[in-house]
Every structure is written in C-alpha cells, then in structure tokens.
Design a binder for this molecule. Structure first.
Ligand code: ADP
Ligand code: MG
Length: 246
C-alpha cells in the first residue's frame, strides 16, 4: 500500500502540490487525470524521489508502513517502485538490456534476462534490435513507450506509475501496451496511469479515478468520473463542483 498524506511539493521556490492525500492499494488500477500543469508529473516525481523535489516537513510518503521520504530514487526502485517517464531521455551507449542488468543488480541471471527480453519484445511488437541499441536514442514515440513497458515487466514492481504511456503512440500501440501490461505486471502490483486517453482508460478499466487541479485533488470517483471529465472537460468539472446547489 502506498499512502500519501499532506504531500506538499516544492521545486526551486515554487510550491506545486499542496497538502495532497491519496492512497493506492495492491492489485488495483488507478487513473490520474488533470489539466496541463496540474501537477501530475510532479506527483510521479515525488513518489519516485527525483532529487530536485522538496517535500514539506508534514508530508508523508509511506510504502507498506515504511517512509520513503529520505530514500533516494534508486533505493525506492529497489523497494519496488517503478516510474515510466512522460518523455524518456536517450542514454547514448547504454542499451535497455544493460540498463536492466544494472537495475537488477545480479538478481536475475544475464542469460535468463536476455531470453526474457526477446520474448517480451516480440510480445509487445518491438524488433530485437531495440534491445541492443542505445535506449530511446532515435526511437519513435511508440517504441519509447513500448520499451518503458518492457522494463516494467522485467522489474516486476510493487508500485508502477505510467506517466502518459500513451503519449506519442498510435492507437494500435496503446492497445498493445495495455494488453501487455495487463498480462505481464504482477497481479498484486499497484498500477497508476497518468493519462487522458479514453482508449487506454477503456482498456485498463480503472478501479479508481483521481482528478488533480492546481496541485490538489479536485475529485475522486470510479471509471464514470473519467468518462464524464473527458467528455465535459476540466472547466465544466470545476463549475459543477463550485455550484453550491449541486
Ligand atoms: P502536469 O504533469 O500535470 O502537466 P507538471 O507536474 O509537469 O504538470 O507541472 C506542474 C507545475 O509545476 C507547472 O506549473 C510546471 O510549470 C511546474 N514545474 C514543473 N517542473 C518544474 C521545475 N523543474 N521548475 C519549476 N516549475 C516546475
Ligand atoms: Mg505531465
């Protein structure tokens, strides 16, 4: 269980998330929506521990009762946190296989990893060459997001956060990625999808939906909240909420 309480996030001298509380249960699928700049990627970065993020004294970030607050991103990854980036950066000279070998730190036999990667690449629709090329270097949008999904599958995370895994992908790739993750993530993994894609939301069938606005939770609900929000837009949602007669 990932429990976030009174999370207040500052980058530089700008407070971006204001006393946000949310919890994410094992085996459940979540969608986080919100207008551009509402703090979705910043929330993901705070969960993962990006070094430029500062949390207030009162902020609580707990994984299975243990505080993550003072742990570096690599320690959090070792505890089972995974983040797929909205815009993954290329790392010239480092292939996904080398990256995963380093991340797994001897926990998986390299020959076994090599075999597993070939199976996973084929399953998600990536040619084998993507396993040995510099990661994300000259990859198309869809190829980037597929490689992110493959990494999630290999690392078997407890908490998997996908920041716009659909962005830059075509509609077939979205289906491919959604089906792949459904099959390949551990059944008890917590899945958090930051997305505005009706197609992806339909495929992953979230248990719970969170709408962020201006660094705060504006609304929470079931799948119908996502459908309503995407249909009516975020402004309409604000109007409904601020109408005292509703
Ligand atoms: P979203 O993912 O919901 O579009 P972000 O979390 O990326 O939103 O950004 C939320 C707000 O934080 C925006 O106003 C953005 O400009 C600001 N922000 C994000 N990163 C930084 C940064 N490194 N320095 C200053 N402001 C930032
Ligand atoms: Mg974002």
């Amino acid at each position: 269980m990932l429990a976030i309480k009174n999370l207040t996030v500052t980058i530089g001298d700008k407070e971006i998330i204001h006393s946000l509380s949310l919890s994410f249960a094992p085996g459940k699928t979540y969608v986080v929506l919100g207008p551009n700049g509402s703090g979705k990627s910043t929330l993901a970065a705070a969960i993962m521990g990006r070094p430029d993020i500062t949390l207030s004294e009162a902020s609580e970030l707990m994984l299975d009762g243990e505080s993550l607050k003072n742990l570096s991103a690599d320690r959090r990854a070792a505890l089972g946190l995974f983040l797929s980036f909205q815009s993954p950066l290329p790392i010239p000279g480092v292939s996904v296989e080398e990256l995963l070998r380093a991340a797994l730190d001897g926990k998986k036999d390299p020959v076994e990893l090599h075999r597993e990667l070939r199976v996973l690449a084929e399953e998600i629709g990536l040619a084998e060459e993507f396993l040995s090329r510099s990661i994300h270097d000259g990859f198309s949008g869809g190829e980037r997001k597929k490689i992110e999904a493959v990494q999630a599958a290999v690392l078997s995370p407890k908490i998997a956060v996908f920041d716009e895994i659909d962005t830059g992908t075509d509609t077939d790739a979205v289906k491919r990625i959604a089906d792949f993750l459904k099959k390949r993530l551990p059944a008890d993994a917590t899945r958090i999808f930051i997305t505005h894609s009706p197609k992806l939301i339909g495929l992953i069938a979230p248990d719970h939906v969170v709408v962020l606005k201006d660094g705060r939770v504006a609304e929470e609900g079931d799948k119908s909240l996502a459908e309503r929000t995407l249909q009516d837009g975020f402004e309409a949602e604000t109007e409904v909420k601020s109408d005292p007669s509703s």
